[in-house]
Design a protein around this ligand. Structure first.
Ligand SMILES: [Fe+2]
Ligand SMILES: [Fe+2]
Length: 404
């Protein structure tokens, strides 16, 4: 029987469902995490990693390893090394040739092979990589976007064994769909960064790095907040993706605020401050009320990210978004502001204070954390503050990743 015939109908249904589901994920980081988890599950593998093609080189973007980092896949997403797209490495070979490699033991590669296995990760971590399945992430147009590596297949007894033809087939099929989802998510992120670069022309503080960090912080805080509230895993996965993308757009309404206000070095007077506050309404107007779920979350966040838990924020309870802007109304209190906005409010303030800006130094970390604690129940939703501290280690990983 050929390997292709061994794909049983239930498995085929699962593969198809998994692949279809991938296209519903907008955010690139969350997508990579998902691809790696699902590909490992398909091949019963202990570990795996993903490289993405960036500026002609393969960049090590994601790693999961049940032995080294049990249960903490998202914590390990922020890694950085690079390699060339050539035949000297396993991932380089797969990307350069489009071939899927199946290797029983990477320490026993014959000299006839053009590539060698790089043991530096094993040497640094004490891990022993043995069997490997290396699949290029190639779209239907034949464009390579990266490489998926699945490491150490396990049998029912938990022993490391070689990958079989079946796993190769499944992972190859899956990798093809994953490649298209990666391409789409990269496009979404590029489009958002382009929108942001327009806002950045107006407001130099609103950089790609700032919005990437705010999106990353908001997503991690959201997961902890929603978990504490008892939300289901599927719902969390979906909303986390939406907030990750939508939070990046929190200040996009600054395109509608004039340069002399945005770039004014000193304090704003009352009229200028009111013109500045308009960025919340202007941003919300960019997203249709009747649009997609992403539109609706982006609209909520843009409008409400300056509201405060104690009701002293802006723009407040406006009669409607379309009315002429005449300044803020009474602030929304507590849960009148949507959770995604309450979360983004904290993420945005944390980033603004911990990073230096042209007109101010960064605050020391301890001072920022003190302020967040002090404002628990005043400026910030207490549950959101608790969620922030619960994922503080992940916040630091996001920060390290988007520091440029
Ligand atoms: Fe803002
Ligand atoms: Fe911001």
């Amino acid at each position: 029987m050929s390997a292709a015939l061994e794909v049983s109908p239930p498995l085929l249904a699962k593969l198809t469902a998994l692949s279809g589901d991938l296209s519903a994920t907008h955010d690139l980081d969350l997508l990579l995490n998902r691809i790696l988890s699902e590909a490992r599950e398909l091949a019963s593998a202990e570990a795996g990693s993903i490289f993405l093609l960036q500026e002609g080189r393969l960049r090590f973007c994601y790693v999961q390893n049940d032995l080294l980092y049990p249960g903490s896949a998202p914590a390990r997403q922020y890694v950085g090394e690079e390699m060339a797209v050539d035949q000297s490495s396993l991932a380089g070979f797969a990307a350069a040739t489009g071939e899927t490699l199946v290797i029983d033991d990477v320490y026993l590669l014959g000299p006839e092979r053009p590539y060698v296995f790089n043991r530096s990760f094993d040497e640094a971590s004490g891990y022993r990589t043995r069997s490997m399945l290396v699949a290029p992430l190639t779209t239907s147009q034949g464009r390579n976007v990266g490489v998926l590596q699945i490491i150490n297949a396990k049998n029912a007894q938990g022993e490391v064994v070689p990958f079989g033809e079946r796993e190769k087939l499944w992972v190859k099929f899956y990798a093809h769909h994953a490649a298209m989802a990666v391409e789409r998510a990269q496009l979404t992120r590029e489009l958002i960064l382009r929108m942001i670069s327009i806002a950045e022309l107006r407001d130099p503080q609103e950089t790609g790095a700032h919005v990437n960090r705010v999106g990353g912080y908001a997503a991690e805080i959201f997961e902890a907040w929603a978990t504490a509230r008892g939300a289901g895993a599927e719902e969390i996965k979906k909303r986390k993706d939406l907030i990750r993308v939508a939070a990046m757009l929190h200040d996009v309404g600054k395109v509608a605020v004039s340069d002399n206000i945005l770039k004014k070095p000193g304090r704003l007077d009352a009229a200028e401050f009111q013109a500045m506050q308009y960025h919340t309404v202007a941003g919300a107007r960019l997203f249709k009320e009747t649009g997609s779920e992403l539109d609706s979350v982006a609209r909520d966040i843009a409008l409400n990210h300056h509201e405060r838990w104690d009701g002293k924020g802006y723009p407040g309870r406006l009669p409607g978004l379309e009315a002429t802007w005449r300044g803020p109304a009474t602030g929304k209190k507590g849960e009148e502001s949507p959770p995604e906005a309450r979360i983004t409010a904290l993420a945005d303030v944390y980033d603004a204070l911990t990073e230096a800006r042209s007109y101010k130094e960064a605050w020391p970390e301890s001072r920022v954390l003190d302020l967040i604690n002090q404002e628990r129940g005043a400026q910030f939703d207490p549950e959101v503050v608790d969620a922030f501290f619960a994922v503080y280690d992940l916040i630091q990983l996001v920060r390290g990743r988007f520091h440029y």
